[in-house]
Design a protein around this ligand. Sequence first.
Ligand SMILES: [Zn+2]
Length: 67
Amino acid sequence: MKIQINDKLIMKKQHPCGAKELLVLRAGMDFRLRCTGCGREFMMPRIKLEKYIKQIISQDQDGEQHV
Ligand SMILES: [Zn+2]
């Protein structure tokens, strides 16, 4: 699974605030994510994160969205 910085992740499980979209701030073994609903930032290990991803929306440099 390819996840890059600035990608939006649609999650299977929603955040306590009700939002299902996360923005990737940092990628690696651990990911730093920001909830698009409440703006809270948190870390999540890749193994755990991949389980909850439903869809990845990556954004190229032109700002064009690819599903
Ligand atoms: Zn939230």
